[in-house]
Design a protein around this ligand. Structure first.
Ligand code: PHE
Ligand code: NA
Length: 505
């Protein structure tokens, strides 16, 4: 009996889906500020080194495991070695947590695409910042409480996001995931290029670019800058999430994996640099319009997207156009990432129980959609997102990447098999340098950054961004540790006879 897991029609479909996953909010709202804060133009050097010595090598590792062992994260890791199955479930659980709050950002961006048309934040006495506070009704700092006070505007767009996700996922790997990426990614690139061109012609744009690209070579002597470069690359390529592993399991057996990986890695970084140009042109304009130094307007994340950009949109000529292009880009980039995260969970459940596509989609997505909507459409949505993102996306995932690369390289000593698999059809041949990157460079950098972030998170009195200790403990530490415990438990549960583990592919 053979498993009906779905498949990509070919390499192009796979590459688009993989780029869709990699290109996300990290490119648009994280990279520009990270590069600026870590040497500006000089950041390109550590950034490229990190891409070549850790990002792409770990991407190859993900591909090799998923493609060689042909399964969702738990199935592939289990086939690799029976006892490594827990890594797969750990990845599934991290993906599940990220899916819960990633949808919230998409929901906001969807609303803000519409708000851009009339720039309704203009009428708020405290401008865009005040409007965002009112729109999210977010509880701040010490006021945080477990609350089920719903924010109607957010609730409605959360439902819209989840219904769209469910429809796309039910259509399957090729007709849902690949087809939407093949349409959305080119559309995103076109929209973003128009945005960049428009922003370049704003007064002050050149000063923004000058600030962004001006190299601070002295920064290269700071180890923190190198850690930041590796951090950005790990985050941006979504390695070790089980995503690339899952996607590569849908590829035909005879596929050029390494060549595809290079395309994905360089495409993601190219788009990242384009985002830096667009964002800093706009910030340069904002600084000039407000008569302040660029330094004072540089922000990342939620603050950049939902406070700085609305301000820019209001001040710029043809601001509505900028708004629709910017928030539309966020929606497209975020959507193709969200579906890749959800697929990790769907694929695992599908393999475990040997289900059909639509059943596994509904079994996974309906509960996730309900929990996500119930928890995050409330006044605690933003604080929850802040804390969970820190512990799952920036902390848990670093630990998972470290553990998996160490296990593959030193405990199982699986590198030779995986290398041969990659070289079998790969147009880009790998050898010793790949070993060095996966077994030494990546674990070293991951280990150091894990220690640094543990120390800094613990030394902040147990609080984080002003949120009280109990909140950080429950939704940060206990959540992150709980995932590992639950992953180990899940890996001990036998696979039913009808599961895909026992079916030919
Ligand atoms: N890597 C994506 C980015 O750069 C986002 C992402 C995060 C995708 C987590 C999948 C999982 O934004
Ligand atoms: Na990215």
């Amino acid at each position: 009996q053979s498993a009906d897991r779905g498949a990509f029609r070919g390499r192009t479909a796979f590459i688009f889906a993989a780029i869709g996953s990699a290109v996300g909010l990290g490119n648009i709202w994280r990279f520009p500020a990270v590069a600026y804060d870590n040497g500006g133009g000089a950041f390109i050097l550590p950034y490229l080194v990190a891409l070549l010595t850790a990002g792409i090598p770990l991407l190859f590792l993900d591909y090799a495991i998923g493609h060689r062992w042909r399964g969702s994260a738990p199935a592939a890791w289990r086939r690799f070695r029976r006892w490594t199955e827990f890594i797969g479930w750990w990845q599934v659980l991290i993906a599940l947590i990220i899916a819960l709050y990633y949808a919230l950002i998409l929901a906001w961006a969807t609303n803000y695409t519409i708000f851009s048309l009339d720039q309704r934040w203009d009428s708020h006495p405290d401008g865009a910042a005040g409007f965002f506070g009112e729109y999210t009704q977010a509880l701040g700092g010490a006021d945080v409480a477990v609350s089920f006070d719903y924010v109607p505007a957010v609730l409605i767009s959360m439902l819209a996001v989840w219904i769209t996700v469910i429809v796309v996922m039910a259509l399957g790997v090729q007709k849902g995931i690949a087809a939407s990426s093949v349409v959305f990614i080119p559309l995103l690139v076109v929209m973003f290029i128009i945005l960049v061109v428009r922003s370049l012609f704003l007064p002050g744009a050149i000063d923004g670019l000058d600030a962004f690209f001006r190299p601070n070579w002295a920064a290269l002597a700071d180890p923190g800058v190198w850690i930041a470069a590796y951090g950005q690359i790990f985050f941006s390529l979504s390695v070790a999430f089980g995503i690339m592993l899952t996607y590569s399991s849908y590829l035909k057996k005879k596929t050029d994996l390494t060549g595809s990986g290079l395309v994905v890695g360089f495409a993601n970084s190219s788009f990242e640099i384009l985002c830096g140009i667009g964002v800093f042109s706009a910030l340069g304009f904002m600084a000039q319009a407000q008569g302040v130094a660029i330094d004072e307007v540089v922000v990342a994340g939620v603050g950049l997207a939902f406070i700085a950009f609305p301000t820019i949109i209001s001040e710029a000529p043809a601001g509505a156009l900028i708004g629709v292009l910017f928030f539309g880009s966020l929606v497209l980039a975020g959507f193709t990432s969200l579906i890749s995260i959800v697929e990790v969970v769907i694929a695992a459940v599908q393999d475990k129980f040997g289900l059909a596509r639509v059943s596994s989609t509904l079994l996974v997505c309906v509960p996730i959609a309900v929990v996500s909507t119930v928890l995050f459409s409330t006044t605690m949505g933003l604080p929850l997102l802040d804390v969970m993102d820190k512990w799952a996306n920036e902390y848990g995932i670093v630990a998972a990447a470290l553990v998996s690369s160490l296990i593959v390289a030193f405990v199982v000593r699986g590198m030779p098999t995986l290398r041969d698999h990659l070289n079998f059809r790969g147009t880009f041949h790998i050898g010793r340098w790949w070993y060095a990157c996966v077994a030494i460079i990546a674990p070293l950098v991951l280990g150091v950054s894990l220690i640094i972030s543990t120390v800094s998170l613990l030394s902040a009195d147990g609080t984080y961004e002003g949120y009280p200790g109990w909140f950080v403990l429950v939704f940060g530490w206990l959540m992150a540790i709980g995932l590992v415990v639950v992953a180990v438990i899940l890996s001990l549960i036998p696979w039913p006879a009808g599961s895909n583990l026992y079916k030919a592919d």
